[in-house]
Design a protein. Structure first.
Length: 165
């Protein structure tokens, strides 16, 4: 664990899928709206591929930390870290910091996180990127929205919040 408040936010399909070909699996406007509402004004931490997948870079009204494996790399208007440890050093000590992907960063940050904001999409997708398993011996479901259906896609989903036990 770290003394900095680390949270993870992700949209996760029934089969644990989170992406394919460095893209989101589906378009859920309510999920994107929730993502913005929760992360605005905070630090977001992501791997470089996740950063490159964003339609608008960097994410506006948020402090963007990018983890890169390219020594000396600079990305305009972003903080760069070359390791998980360095990324954590750059995180805010007083406010929630949000890990937004990808799979390798989620996997490495899961043991350090104290909260998970998951949009559970009730469908299995063909994917090449998966979210780490949520061990229910370590996490407690503290909030669950009613089941929603996206009008355009017909996808069913719910917003879940987990806190570390």
């Amino acid at each position: 664990m770290t003394n900095k408040p680390i949270s993870i936010i992700a949209a996760v399909a029934e089969n644990g899928a989170i992406g394919k070909d460095n893209k989101l699996l589906c378009y859920l406007p309510e999920d994107l709206k929730r993502f913005r509402q929760i992360t605005i004004g905070h630090t977001v931490l992501m791997g470089k591929n996740t950063y490159l997948s964003l339609p608008f870079r960097p994410l506006k009204d948020r402090r963007n930390i990018i983890i890169s494996d390219v020594p000396g790399e600079l990305i305009p208007r972003c903080l760069i870290a070359w390791s998980i440890e360095e990324a954590i050093e750059k995180c805010d000590s007083d406010n929630e910091n949000f890990v937004i992907g990808g799979a390798s960063i989620y996997r490495q940050m899961m043991p350090l996180a104290s909260k998970l904001y998951i949009t559970r999409i009730y469908k299995c997708f063909d994917a090449d990127t998966f979210f780490p398993e949520i061990d229910m011996k370590l996490w407690k479901l503290t909030e669950e929205s009613p089941l929603e259906t996206d009008d355009a896609s017909g996808l069913r989903y719910a917003f879940l919040t987990y806190e570390r036990i």
